[in-house]
Ligand binder design. Structure first.
Ligand code: AMP
Length: 394
């Protein structure tokens, strides 16, 4: 049988990211983005090998954008498209693994939408459009939360009245599961250990950031919670704050819940602390030039990350290694080094040259000799979604 092609789709409220993945090839056959959907500026961009192209789609919605994408995908796949994998943010307690999309699974995704009101409805728009356009293709949903359904109850429950959990699903779910799963499997391979008999701490550091404790292929704890706001300092998200901050701001400043929500999600994190940018590259440059806000943002980011990793270590009986991934984790030798400065009690120490070498997609071990393994592992969520889709075709 020739190698199969899977189209991976990630729908946001006004965008569709996509990649055409061939099971036998490392690089994507085709990748791109439809953005500003629903507006007069809607546009589709794609890249195939060195060739880049775009198409203006004024006013197009998800369905129209996908219908324009179809012939481009069919041409790139030489007519051989075997399935579609959809990224879905929230699977609630319904989904602990990827699932084939049908009437029953669609209904369950709709039911958990109140837990991810910004994301699941957008994901559903893409799924419904794709199912109408490609009725004969197997379509699969891969959930950000599914990998963390293995958390033990003592890790996923909040200390709030039980009825809030039983009747309203208030618990920790965790996100970035597809990435944590992919990189922990890759790390096991790199270390020559079986994925189902090895133990990892993972730091996924992109625009969104989370840590995870993975033992024998199962997530045992993670830093994000009911929503992706809990845990680490992120690009524009605050991560953990005192839960009383909400009532404090409402009482003292008269802020509404919407204002507080927007402040914590969009104006905080690296951006809020630095007063400059949510982009780590900009902050590293500004720090070099003596920008106090940028230095502080980096220090808080690293200290909070180290604290979270130390906390995650409580979930593990053994530590085979720490994994850095995501745009920051894969590229920033400074962040890796400042974070590990706080973690010497865990036996973690870097080799400065190896740390400097592992950037821009270079994977590898960066720990000092005789110390616990530290690996830089580029994540590839699209590939993992394609692999999960392929597994359900068989
Ligand atoms: P992601 O969401 O995984 O694409 O990651 C985005 C984050 O990675 C942004 O904060 C970028 O500034 C950061 N990033 C990308 N390249 C670098 C780099 N060379 N050095 C530091 N941070 C980087």
């Amino acid at each position: 049988m020739s190698a199969r092609n899977i189209l991976v789709i990630n729908c946001g409220s006004s965008s569709i990211k996509f990649a055409l993945v061939n099971e036998a090839q490392e690089t994507f056959i085709l990748s791109g983005l439809a953005e500003r959907l629903g507006s007069p500026e809607a546009v589709l961009h794609w890249q195939q090998g060195e060739h880049k192209d775009s198409l203006v789609l004024s006013g197009a919605d998800h369905r129209l954008a996908l219908s324009h994408l179809l012939p481009i995908v069919q041409q790139a796949a030489a007519g051989a498209l075997h399935g579609i994998g959809h990224r879905v943010v929230h699977g609630g307690e319904y989904f602990s693994s990827a699932t084939r999309l049908d009437a029953v699974s669609l209904q369950a995704i709709r039911q958990v939408a109140p837990l991810a009101p910004l994301h699941n409805p957008a994901n559903l728009q893409g799924i419904e459009a794709a199912m109408k356009l490609f009725p004969d293709l197997v379509q699969v949903a891969v959930f950000d939360t599914a990998f963390h359904q293995s958390l033990p109850e003592h890790a996923y429950r909040y200390a709030v009245p039980e009825a809030l959990y039983r009747e309203h699903g208030v618990r920790r779910y965790g996100f970035h599961g597809t990435s944590h799963r992919y990189v922990s499997q890759q790390a096991a391979q790199m270390a020559g250990l079986p994925a189902d008999a090895s133990s990892w701490l993972v730091a996924h550091l992109g625009n969104g950031c989370s840590t995870c404790a993975v033992e024998n292929g199962h997530s045992l704890d993670t830093s994000m919670g009911l929503t992706p706001l809990e845990g680490l300092v992120m690009g524009t998200r605050s991560g953990d704050v005192d839960p009383n901050l909400h009532s404090h701001l409402a009482r003292t400043l008269g802020w509404s819940l919407e204002q507080i929500d927007a402040m914590l999600n969009k104006d905080s994190g690296l951006l809020g602390l630095s007063g400059l940018s949510n982009d780590m590259r900009t902050l590293e440059q500004a720090r070099e030039q003596g920008h106090a806000g940028a230095s502080l943002a980096i220090e808080v980011f690293c200290y909070r990350l180290a604290k979270s990793l130390a906390a995650m270590s409580c979930a593990l009986r053994r530590l085979d290694g720490l994994i850095f991934t995501g745009g920051i984790g894969e590229n920033s030798a400074l962040i890796r080094s400042r974070t590990l400065d706080h973690l010497s009690l865990l036996g973690l120490k870097l080799d400065a040259q190896a740390n400097a070498r592992c950037v821009r997609g270079v994977a590898g071990a960066i720990h000092a000799e005789g110390h616990t393994r530290v690996l830089v592992v580029p994540t590839n969520e699209e590939r993992q979604i394609a692999l999960d889709t392929l597994a359900l075709l068989d």
